[in-house]
Design a protein around this ligand. Structure first.
Ligand SMILES: [Zn+2]
Length: 508
């Protein structure tokens, strides 16, 4: 006897992302898998007495979104911290004022934590310094994180607790910014890892669980059913933390955890399942110190070692020089069953793009940065480079596999403003970036947030499209993205999110 569905979703506009059957009206789910896709009549005929019926009310059913580059625990932390993103505080003075107000509710001696500032988007076009933050309170250490995660500002008490003074040498990977007299200004570049090893931030387990609970709700409310955590320091303890959060159902989305490239040997034997699995080896390549860091030799060595341990690599690169170096090194690596990846690929003019193409890497990028950060780029990126920022259309036309993600908390994890900007190339102020060739169609953009994400982690036989046998990870949204005016894309909302056949979120 054929298997009876546990639930059926009827009266929906099903966009499957499956080339074998791109649309349908209804879906049947049995256990944690999709049983069938078809017309209302076909699916209704499968139902038995115990089958639950869900009315799609003519809304659009999509595969659950896969956020292929996110920092989950950082996102969790930001739900418990002060938001200083440019749309909240557009100047150094405004940040100082916000922090001052927030510090009132923080007991003296405890860290005041704030996130999301962007020096390029501030009126003063500079980083805040310890002096700006010292006026807030002499009794609170203050830490303000740049939206990129690659810079941190501490006030004077914060620097003291971190043991950083005029005599402290720069660590190899980072820079302690100093004034003319050699005193630290409070601005620290690429020093998050350094600080993590030296400072007790006084965060309780309880607070972390609260943050993950909030981040989990946020992701489910956007229809994100799988994520790839891109922590560059991820090791066995992070794996165990994810395992515990998933077992407790504090975290309900599926997780693929990248490994810190230096830690692949500690992780290579850990068993995964549908909820938690291992991803790429993450390597961060920067130009913050003015030269490639790590050096080209060290980077090649790290990448080769990761491959030997069985891990494909995912290389963080923003600047043109780093994208080119990543493409060249990846071209020389052995091909594994899951493709190597270039993360961000922010500055990518045609010569660099050609190198990316011949490397065979997929590009995992963030159109949300065009959306949320567009005004900053227009102000600060040279006019000849602007057409080649996040050149999604050009990458896709060259046959490069493009995958979408939020890099959250760098941008909000809502996929729709990002999809809107990928399609229109407009930012949140409705200003358009040059070069129409970098726009993509809506169907392509949807694929980049679903099936291509599964391909980028090697789970395309399990996830990313609505097809019989795949995991029942679905999202019902309130408009048909293929039919509406593209201006409406940014306002589409999820109404119901399902993971593994279970309804995990319902909107009003
Ligand atoms: Zn990232």
């Amino acid at each position: 006897m054929p298997q009876q569905p546990d639930s059926i979703i009827l009266n929906a506009n099903v966009l499957t992302m499956d080339s074998a059957g791109p649309t349908g009206q209804a879906v049947a789910v049995a256990g944690d898998r999709i049983l069938a896709v078809g017309s209302n009549d076909e699916i209704r005929s499968l139902a038995g007495p115990d089958t639950r019926e869900i009315d799609g009310q003519g809304m659009t059913l999509l595969p659950g979104f896969i956020d292929s580059h996110i920092h989950l625990l950082s996102l969790a932390r930001t739900t418990q911290e002060l938001d200083c993103r440019p749309d909240r505080a557009s100047s150094v003075a405004a940040i100082a004022h916000r922090v001052f107000e927030w510090a009132r509710i923080v007991p003296p001696g405890e860290w005041v934590r704030c996130y999301g500032y962007d020096h390029l988007a501030l009126d003063e076009s500079r980083h805040p310094t310890r002096h700006d933050l010292d006026v807030i309170s002499p009794r609170h250490p203050v830490r303000l994180d740049h939206r990129s995660g690659h810079a941190v500002v501490l006030n004077s008490l914060g620097l003291q607790l971190a043991g950083i003074n005029a005599d402290t040498p720069d660590p190899v990977e980072g820079v302690i910014e100093r004034d003319e007299s050699g005193e630290p200004t409070g601005v620290l570049l690429e020093m998050a890892g350094y600080l993590a090893q030296r400072v007790d931030w006084g965060r309780s387990r309880n607070k972390m669980a609260q943050g993950v609970t909030a981040a989990n709700r946020l992701l489910l409310s956007y229809g994100i059913t799988s994520l790839q955590d891109a922590g560059p320091e991820n090791g066995p303890e992070r794996w165990q933390a994810f395992r515990d959060l998933i077992d407790a159902e504090t975290l309900q989305a599926r997780v693929t955890m990248m490994a810190g490239a230096g830690r692949v040997h500690e992780l290579s034997a850990l068993p995964g399942d549908d909820w938690l699995r291992q991803g790429h080896a993450k390597i961060v390549l920067t130009m913050s110190t003015g030269a490639l860091h790590p050096s080209l030799e060290e980077f090649s060595e790290l990448a080769a070692q990761a491959c030997q341990a069985g891990f494909p690599v995912a290389v963080h690169c923003v600047e043109e020089e780093t994208v080119l170096a990543a493409a060249q090194v990846i071209a020389g690596l052995p091909k594994l069953s899951v493709p190597h990846r270039i993360e961000h690929c922010s500055e990518c003019p045609p010569e660099t793009l050609a190198a990316v193409q011949s490397s065979g890497a997929m590009v995992v990028t963030q159109p949300g940065l065009v959306h949320w950060n567009g005004p900053g780029y227009r102000k600060n990126v040279s006019a000849d480079l602007q057409p080649h920022l996040y050149p999604i259309g050009a990458l896709a036309s060259a046959g490069i596999g493009v995958v979408f993600s939020s890099d959250s908390p760098v941008t909000n994890p809502n996929p729709w403003p990002a999809i809107y900007s990928a399609v229109t190339r407009k930012d949140h102020q409705s200003q358009e970036f040059p070069r129409d060739a970098n726009k993509v169609g809506v169907a392509d953009a949807l694929r980049m947030y679903t099936l291509s994400g599964a391909e980028s982690e090697g789970t395309q036989t399990e996830k990313g499209s609505i097809a019989p046998g795949k995991l029942a990870d679905l999202v019902l949204v309130d408009a048909d993205p293929l039919a509406i005016d593209p201006e409406g894309l940014k306002d589409i909302k999820a109404k119901m999110t399902m993971i593994g056949g279970k309804r995990v979120w319902e909107g009003r």
